[in-house]
Every structure is written in structure tokens, then in C-alpha cells.
Design a protein around this ligand. Structure first.
Ligand SMILES: [Zn+2]
Length: 254
């Protein structure tokens, strides 16, 4: 039995080039192999997790990941979060990624705190393994944040983001920019420790006194508004860290 080689070209656009090692960037790459491959497998063979891909054009037509590559195919692969309008063309996802609920990989603990500080719903547990992370992402429709692109290649994950920077401030900006989340910042709405929602308790509220007596003496002097985590019951107040946080958010939004 004679097998024919499948030959064609593939080109990766914009930030997808970040992943490619050993190939000329932003140019057609020739591929050639024996056997049958889906376009998803071909794309991932270049080290690009499928969750980073928003649209694939084969000879100018939008196709889904299970498209079987044919000899002579010219394939163009576009990244998630490109700003140009591809609505109506894409067949890969019928919903955007910007439903901002997250689960974070175990090495992103600092980023998790920063994102919770900005009010984002982000699950995290330093003991979770890859299988647990993938299951949570899938079952709860959460965007998986990770620095490990092999993790995002798991088939069951269709929403994920590779964090490229190792610098915590840059990581925050990466998430906000790539998912276009600036409008969703909602400080003082989420517990930094457990991700629970913070309830805002004012002086006139019934439970206020009960919480007030737990505050440090110095804080009692000026504090008239307390926040309590509805899940772990940790108490927050707008102290000096709050001022710092507002300054931080201001800087992010510049
Ligand atoms: Zn909590």
C-alpha cells in the first residue's frame, strides 16, 4: 500500500508566533507528513495550544479544529483576542472568552491575589494537579490561566490563557489586555483568601456592631464601613492598603 505525503503551508498570525521555535516567524511554513491529521493536531505540533487559536482559514474558508488537512492546503491560523472583527467567519467557538471566571495553575498564586483584589472570580489551590485543573475549567466554564502550554493542549479545555510574563505586574496587565477586562474591574468585591464574595456592611446594618468589636482599636476610631467574606467570614476594612490599591488601579487604567 502506498501512502502519499500531505504537503501544504501553514502561517501563524500575530502573537501565535510567540510559541514557534525554529521556524521563520510570520511566514508560510511548509509542512509535509504521512498519514491523516486534523488541523488541530497540525497546529499543536508547532507547540501552539488550541485554546490560543480563534480562527483557522483553509484556502480562505473558515474551518473547525477537526478539519482533516488535505494536500495543497494553505492554512492561516489567527490568535484569540485579535482586535479585528472576525464575527460571522469563525466556526470554532460560538461564545467569546470574555466571561471572566478563572481557575489558575498552582504557580500563579501571586497573580491570583492581584486579580481577586481587582474583583475577579478566580479559583486557586496550590495542591491541584493538571487533571483537577482541567476538570474545573471544563465543568465550571472557567478560563484556565497557566504558564504551562502543555496543560492547555488537553482536549477538554477550550478556554485558556498562557501567561507569558514572569513579572507579576506585567502578568496582571497581560490578563486585562488580552481578555479586554478593564471594564470589569470591581475592587473590594472579593475575598483575597478564599475567592468568596465580600458583603458591604454599614453602620446602620444589624450585623455591624458584631463585626465592629472585632476590629483593631486603631481602626475603630475612623472605620464606618466593614466588608465581610460571605464564605470564610474574614473581615476587611478600607485601611491604608485600600488607598494603595486605589492608586494601583489608577495606574493600571492610565
Ligand atoms: Zn473568604
Amino acid at each position: 500500500m502506498k501512502f502519499n505525503k500531505t504537503k501544504g503551508t501553514i502561517r501563524f498570525y500575530e502573537e501565535l508566533n510567540f510559541f514557534i521555535k525554529g521556524h521563520a516567524l510570520k511566514e508560510d511554513i511548509e509542512f509535509s507528513y504521512y498519514g491523516k491529521r486534523s488541523v488541530k493536531d497540525l497546529i499543536e505540533s508547532y507547540g501552539i495550544p488550541h485554546v490560543e487559536v480563534d480562527m483557522i482559514l483553509v484556502n480562505g474558508e473558515s474551518v473547525s479544529f477537526d478539519h482533516i488537512v488535505k494536500a495543497g492546503d494553505h492554512i492561516s491560523v489567527y490568535p484569540m483576542f485579535e482586535r479585528f472583527n472576525i464575527e460571522g467567519l469563525t466556526k470554532i467557538r460560538d461564545h467569546g472568552l470574555r466571561d471572566s471566571k478563572f481557575v489558575a495553575d498552582v504557580h500563579l498564586g501571586k497573580l491570583v491575589k492581584k486579580l481577586r483584589l481587582l474583583g475577579f472570580d478566580i479559583l486557586y489551590d496550590s495542591t491541584w494537579d493538571d487533571v483537577e485543573l482541567a476538570d474545573i475549567a471544563m465543568n465550571e466554564s472557567r478560563i484556565l490561566l497557566t504558564r504551562d502550554r502543555r496543560l492547555l493542549m488537553r482536549t477538554i479545555i477550550d478556554r485558556g490563557l498562557i501567561i507569558r510574563s514572569t513579572n507579576i505586574e506585567k502578568q496582571v496587565i497581560e490578563v486585562l489586555e488580552r481578555l479586554d477586562l478593564y471594564n470589569e474591574i470591581n475592587p473590594f468585591s472579593r475575598c483575597l483568601m478564599c475567592n468568596g464574595t465580600l458583603l458591604d456592611v454599614h453602620e446602620e446594618d444589624e450585623t455591624y456592631q458584631e463585626l465592629f468589636i472585632q476590629l483593631p482599636a486603631k481602626v475603630k476610631i475612623w472605620c464606618r464601613e466593614i466588608f465581610i467574606c460571605e464564605k470564610c467570614h474574614k473581615i476587611y476594612w478600607k485601611g491604608s492598603h485600600y488607598e494603595k490599591m486605589l492608586k494601583y488601579i489608577d495606574e493600571l487604567l492610565i
